[in-house]
Design a protein around this ligand. Structure first.
Ligand SMILES: O=C(O)CCC(=O)C(=O)O
Ligand SMILES: [Fe+2]
Length: 196
C-alpha cells in the first residue's frame, strides 16, 4: 500500500509520491553511504547584497561536465559515486527517464533549510522532470501556487521516499524545506535532473 504511487491533488501540477520506494533497511544503509561517499560542500550565497553560508551542504554530480547555476552559485559536477549510480538506476527504471545530473542536499538538523524556489533554471529545459529521493530524518516539503493562494500542500518526505515532479509543476509552483524547531536528525535528499 505504501509503495503505491500517489498523485498529489494540486491543480496545474504533476506530482507523484511513492512513500516506500526504498525499504527502511536499505534506506538506512544508503543514508550512511551517501553521507560518507559524497563530497559535501557549503557554498556562500548572496542575498540582497549580503553574503551568507548556504543553510545546508550540497554536492553536484553528473555524467557530463555541464555546470548548474542557481542563487548566484555555479556548481561544476563531480562524477557519480557508486551508491548514487545504484539509486539513479532504480529511479530511472521507475520513471522511464534518463537523468544526467544529481544535486544532493544534506540538512544537518532542523536549522538547515531550502527557501522558496522553483526548479526553473534555463539549463533544465521547459518542463523539467525532477526526481527527488530522501533518506534519514523526515522533513516537510511545502508547495504553493505562484498566483492562487488556495493551492498549497505540505507533505512529509520520509526516509526511502520518492517525489516525482514533472509537466508544468515548476511554472506554477514554488517549493521549500522550512526550518523546524523540532529536534530532527540529518536528512539527505537527492534530486535527479536532466542537463544537456
Ligand atoms: O530537500 C528537498 O526535498 C528539496 C530539494 C530541492 O528543492 C532542490 O534541491 O531543488
Ligand atoms: Fe527544488
Amino acid at each position: 500500500m505504501f509503495n503505491e504511487p500517489f498523485k498529489l491533488n494540486l491543480p496545474d501540477s504533476d506530482i507523484l509520491y511513492v512513500q516506500k520506494f526504498f525499504s527502511e533497511e536499505e534506506s538506512l544503509n544508503l543514508f550512511k553511504m551517501l553521507f560518507e561517499e559524497i563530497e559535501w560542500q557549503q557554498d556562500e550565497i548572496k542575498l540582497f547584497g549580503k553574503t551568507h553560508l548556504q543553510p545546508r551542504l550540497t554536492s553536484l554530480m553528473a555524467d557530463n561536465d555541464k555546470p548548474y547555476s542557481y542563487s548566484n552559485i555555479t556548481m561544476t559536477p563531480k562524477p557519480f559515486p557508486d551508491v548514487v549510480k545504484h539509486i539513479k538506476s532504480k529511479v530511472e527504471a521507475f520513471t522511464k527517464t534518463k537523468f544526467t545530473t544529481c544535486l544532493a542536499n544534506l540538512y544537518r538538523n532542523g536549522k538547515d533549510s531550502n527557501g522558496w524556489h522553483s526548479d526553473n533554471e534555463k539549463e533544465l529545459g521547459v518542463n523539467p522532470v525532477i526526481a527527488s529521493v530522501s533518506f534519514g530524518a523526515s522533513r516537510f516539503f511545502h508547495l504553493k501556487h505562484k498566483t492562487n493562494k488556495l493551492h498549497k500542500y505540505k507533505i512529509e518526505l520520509t526516509s526511502g521516499s520518492l517525489l516525482l515532479m514533472k509537466g508544468e509543476t515548476q511554472h506554477h509552483y514554488l517549493h521549500q524545506i522550512a526550518k523546524t524547531k523540532k529536534e530532527v536528525g540529518s536528512r539527505i535528499n537527492l534530486t535527479f535532473r536532466i542537463i544537456n
